[in-house]
Design a protein around this ligand. Structure first.
Ligand SMILES: C[S@@+](CC[C@H](N)C(=O)[O-])C[C@H]1O[C@@H](n2cnc3c(N)ncnc32)[C@H](O)[C@@H]1O
Length: 205
């Protein structure tokens, strides 16, 4: 992992330890872009099954497939939209989704989360993170400009808003993931850890 990636994504490299992940992890990374998270987790876990990276950008997937650091090359890269996942129910036990939700309005964000719940097996977990608001309107106006892609309107949501959307999508287990520190760019992050309880689990979650 390059230093830039570490500064931008440090907490994600601790997911294997924090979530007690191992080679049996069946990972789906939604909005995988160039495949950075996919590759980093696969490197650490040595996944038995090739992790799947999904993105609606063919250009991003081409870059991911061409990356020489990716020993699996194009394996597991899928071009599709995050709100309609082309996978069977319960196909994965870990879903990651970073920096995608700001591109989606609330209806599409809920649709994405409903799909995440569907493709998670019982006992599976998902980690979702995104740039968040700072609470200072002037700083937020600046951050919107830093993050602007020029096309769509961005939405920066707090931890509480992400939790609400996940609950509305039907997730019975919703927690702040409190992923930090993300050092670059210096914009707050919001993150949630959400899950589908194991079968037969009746307790409070
Ligand atoms: C900022 S990049 C983040 C890439 C990667 N998750 C990471 O953290 O390095 C966001 C990615 O989400 C993808 N994306 C945005 N909206 C999407 C959607 N509705 N369906 C699938 N991919 C989407 C974009 O094409 C882009 O590759």
């Amino acid at each position: 992992m390059g230093q830039g990636q570490w500064l931008a994504n440090a907490p994600l490299y601790r997911l294997p330890e924090n979530l007690k992940l191992d080679a049996s992890t069946r990972l789906l990374d939604i909005g995988c872009g160039r495949g950075t998270i996919l590759r980093a987790l696969d490197d650490q876990l040595g996944c038995d099954v090739a992790p799947v990276g999904l993105d609606f950008s063919r250009a991003a997937l081409r870059l991911a497939a061409a990356d020489e650091r990716n020993p699996r090359r194009g394996a597991g890269l899928v071009e599709a939209t995050a709100t309609s996942l082309p996978f069977r129910d319960g196909a994965f036990n870990l879903v990651t989704c970073g920096y995608v939700l700001k591109h989606l309005d609330d209806d599409d964000a809920r649709a994405l989360l409903i799909e995440v719940l569907r493709v998670l097996e019982p006992g599976g977990l998902a980690v979702v993170w995104e740039f968040g608001p700072s609470g200072n309107p002037r700083l937020d106006a600046w951050n919107y400009r830093v993050l602007a892609t020029g096309t769509s309107r961005l939405r920066l949501r707090s931890d509480a808003t992400l939790r609400r959307l996940a609950t509305e999508a039907g997730f019975p287990y919703v927690r702040d993931a409190s992923l930090r520190p993300f050092l670059l760019p210096p914009i707050p992050r919001a993150s949630i850890l959400i899950g589908r309880p194991p079968e037969g689990f009746e307790g409070n979650v």
